[in-house]
Ligand binder design. Structure first.
Ligand SMILES: *[C@@H]1O[C@H](CO)[C@@H](O)[C@H](O)[C@H]1NC(C)=O
Ligand SMILES: *[C@@H]1O[C@H](CO)[C@@H](O)[C@H](O)[C@H]1NC(C)=O
Length: 568
């Protein structure tokens, strides 16, 4: 008791300030004591990893941070978040700045001279909002650092500041992905000083963060900078992750900001002079969100640089890595049940839950999926395949819930499901050891009984891994605790050994015999292999047969190329 009190006093008085000397200069953090055990962690928040990307550096690849020594780098608080696309996405109590390229590191107390594995987490938010602070450090410390894993969370540029492009070499776009790449280079230099092993980095990401992890895995600019990956509900092979339409949307934004120059160099000069307020005003005018599966305007594009050739070829050439990749059972249930923010235009307003019917669903397919302007005379055959598949088993007198579920399934297949399954299939073809999981756990402690559909929705697992938006404070019931244990230990074991198996549950990776073998994660996990197999056949075989794969790629970058490439 006395020791405990003394320790708390010591922490309050900040008598133990962890101090780490790096090649860049000294970094000073603070100590955090676990409330549930005697573990003490060293926390370093807001470490600058790149030169501030403001002024003339706005639309450029980031430059590495310059040495700051002998001045001490104060790493005792989170730094500003990157600026989101819209003012409505600004949160109270969060600071925002273009100067946002920071990362956070949490180590065990005894880190000196060790070579510990590292988990680097990339946050989501549709490439348009979010930050590392939202994921805190306390739970990451309890779950992972207590198991001798170094935890890192990282920020990258978002929205137009991260993904604006002139569509040519002047501003190729993808600044946010270069930021993450620069963060990895920085980690290679400093991790040994923090007791981390740069050769044992697992990069994990959720949602857009997971799509960014796909990009990091396959780009020759980043594919050699880490050992393995965990991809949670997101893939670069989705229209909401990569689309050439970002070029057109960038032009519209520039015009709204008063930059109508047609020549790229002049356009760039004009956009560099705009203040952040002027850019946010222009975003207000053009709007960020879209009512189709692409959902939003600023995200990665094929730029002939970060992505030097098509994604399939990139995935074939990239060095093999061990990965975990997973989905939730009803990802886009969010769009229906939380018609706010990112889901605003895709959402179904609460007052329409009871009246949503066949016509609403058919309109969505016609207006946003099998769109005449994109698919011409192939449209009607495409439309019928989609409608018949998602309404199979829905009787003519079905109530609104059946149609809302069909909508959530279609949207989820396009935004997350088929892209992830395609990526998993490519990994199998290229002999990547891959552990596929599907979370089908909907917690009773957060379930809203008013929701018209049920299932495990996008991002609901974050509450069990990190501090996430305060949700982790809602008390866990017994099933929550079991689920948390399985999820955390699988991730931790994977980071440490490349295999998520635990003493309680043995995972098997996918194989040619069982290409979609997955762990069904819930309080009582088991192995399965049927998740969305019929939907995968629909999108990869039946629909391309009527539309052709190249045309379908507009809606679904995961559409499988019709011909197998033979050259290496
Ligand atoms: C925001 O910035 C102010 C001034 O630097 C600082 O006092 C405050 O703690 C910051 N807030 C957050 C949430 O980082
Ligand atoms: C719709 O029908 C299902 C059973 O067919 C039922 O469980 C559900 O409560 C109904 N939903 C509404 C909104 O009436």
């Amino acid at each position: 008791m006395f020791a405990l009190l003394f320790l708390s006093f010591c922490l309050l008085a900040s008598c133990e300030k962890p101090f780490i000397a790096t090649n860049f200069g000294p970094i000073v953090g603070f100590q955090h004591k676990s409330p549930s055990s005697d573990d003490v962690f060293n926390v370093f928040l807001g470490i600058r990893y790149a030169r501030p990307p403001d002024h003339i550096f706005r639309f450029q690849k980031p430059d590495p941070v310059e040495k700051w020594g002998p001045v001490q780098h104060d790493a005792t608080h989170f730094r500003a978040s990157c600026i989101p696309s819209l003012r409505s996405e600004l949160e109270d109590d969060v600071n925002y700045s273009e100067d946002c390229l920071f990362l956070n590191i949490v180590t065990p107390n005894n880190y000196k001279g060790r070579k510990l594995p590292v988990l680097m987490f990339v946050h989501g938010g549709g490439f348009q909002y979010g930050n590392a602070m939202e994921f805190g450090y306390e739970k990451a410390a309890e779950h992972f650092v207590s198991q001798d894993i170094i935890f890192v969370s990282v920020q990258y540029r978002l929205g137009p500041l991260g993904f604006f492009t002139t569509g040519d070499g002047e501003i190729p776009g993808n600044m946010g992905l270069w930021d993450l790449t620069t963060a990895l280079y920085f980690l290679h230099e400093v991790l040994p000083d923090f007791g981390g092993d740069p050769e044992k980095i697992t990069v994990a990401g959720q949602s857009a963060g997971s799509a960014a992890v796909s990009a990091l895995l396959y780009s020759p600019h980043s594919d050699h900078l880490f050992l393995q990956a965990i991809q949670m509900s997101g893939s670069i092979f989705a229209e909401n992750s990569i689309s050439e339409n970002v070029v057109e949307d960038s032009k519209a934004l520039a015009k709204a900001a008063g930059c109508s120059e047609t020549e790229s160099k002049a356009l760039r000069a004009c956009m560099e002079e705009r203040t952040i307020d002027e850019i946010l005003d222009a975003m207000e005018q053009i709007g960020e969100l879209l009512p189709g599966p692409r959902n939003k305007k600023f995200h990665p594009r094929m730029d002939n640089d970060y992505f030097p050739y098509d994604l399939e070829k990139m995935s074939r050439k990239a060095p093999k890595k061990r990965t975990m990749q997973g989905l939730l059972s009803l990802e886009s249930g969010n769009a229906v049940c939380y018609p706010t923010k990112l889901w605003k235009l895709l959402g179904v307003p609460k007052e329409s839950w009871g009246s949503y019917g066949r016509e609403n669903f058919e309109d969505f397919i016609r207006d946003q999926v099998a769109v005449e302007k994109d698919f011409g005379r192939k449209t009607s055959a495409f439309y019928q395949l989609v409608r018949d598949f998602y309404l199979r088993g829905v009787s003519t007198n079905a109530n609104s819930s059946a149609y809302l579920r069909a909508y959530a399934e279609l949207l989820g297949d396009l935004q997350y499901g088929i892209p992830s399954l395609h990526e998993i299939d490519l990994k199998r073809q290229h002999d990547w050891p891959t552990f596929f999981y599907v979370i089908d756990y909907e917690s009773e402690t957060t379930r809203d009984p008013a929701h018209p559909i049920r299932g495990a929705f996008h991002a609901s697992e974050l509450r069990f891994l990190f501090n996430f938006r305060g949700l982790e404070r809602i008390p866990f019931d017994e099933n929550d605790k079991l689920f948390e244990r399985h999820l955390v230990n699988a991730f931790a074991n994977f980071v440490k050994t490349g295999d998520p198996s635990t003493t309680e549950f043995v995972w098997t990776p996918i194989s040619n015999e069982q290409p979609f073998l997955n762990a069904l994660l819930n309080p009582h996990p088991k192995l399965e292999d049927s998740f969305r197999r019929d939907a995968y056949d629909l999108w990869q075989t039946e629909i391309p047969r009527v539309t052709g794969a190249e045309l379908l790629k507009k809606r679904l970058p995961a559409a499988r190329a019709t011909f197998q490439h033979t050259e290496l």
